[in-house]
Design a protein around this ligand. Sequence first.
Ligand SMILES: O=P(O)(O)OC[C@H]1O[C@H](OP(=O)(O)OP(=O)(O)O)[C@H](O)[C@@H]1O
Ligand SMILES: O=c1cc[nH]c(=O)[nH]1
Ligand SMILES: [Mg+2]
Length: 207
Amino acid sequence: MGVFEMNHPLIQHKLSYLRNKDTDTKIFRETLNEIAGLMTYEATKGLRLKEVETETPIMKTTTKVLADPVAIVPILRAGLGMVEGMVTFLPTARVGHIGVYRNEETLEPVYYYCKLPVDIAKSKVFLVDPMLATGGSANYAIDYLKQKGVKDISFLCIIAAPEGIERVQEAHPDVDIYAASIDEGLNEKSYIYPGLGDAGDRIFGTK
Ligand SMILES: O=P(O)(O)OC[C@H]1O[C@H](OP(=O)(O)OP(=O)(O)O)[C@H](O)[C@@H]1O
Ligand SMILES: O=c1cc[nH]c(=O)[nH]1
Ligand SMILES: [Mg+2]
């Protein structure tokens, strides 16, 4: 269990586009999904395999396939911006949704929606949200999933603040955290700096 900052040159190069305030919605969306895809490759290294019998055009043999069901669960809205990139590498993954937003005054997570795959408790779950700031939203979603019986959760984000990492690790030491960058901290409005601004607004063009 731990925290993994993904320093791969391709991820860092693409992250530079996300941070740039002049990057338009189209490029922002595309780049976010590309980074999510690259992160998926790395974050799935530990998935368990099982052997199955397969017949090639030449002979019978054994091959390896994923042993456990996999689910991707974006935290709405911004987490949606990572899903397409992830299913490119996990085409059989089911996708659940948890709707949680951060009250901008109290900074408390506000729950508004959830729909999860029926076999979620047996699944390896990749919980995804581009931003881990105070950690309130991530902790809420992890608590929620654990209440539904989920045992194996990894959290994937693009940018994490040290404060958020600490809070999630304290509450959920069993959850691995993967981030493209661990930034410097939170500003007076609890936005991550240098960060990339409000991820949801940048993905959906709402500001
Ligand atoms: O770690 P926290 O302090 O909880 O902040 C992070 C949360 O804030 C953002 O969502 P937001 O509330 O802006 O909702 P949105 O995705 O609908 O824009 C972000 O996408 C995270 O979910
Ligand atoms: O920097 C931040 C903090 C919370 N939510 C965002 O979208 N960005
Ligand atoms: Mg937002």
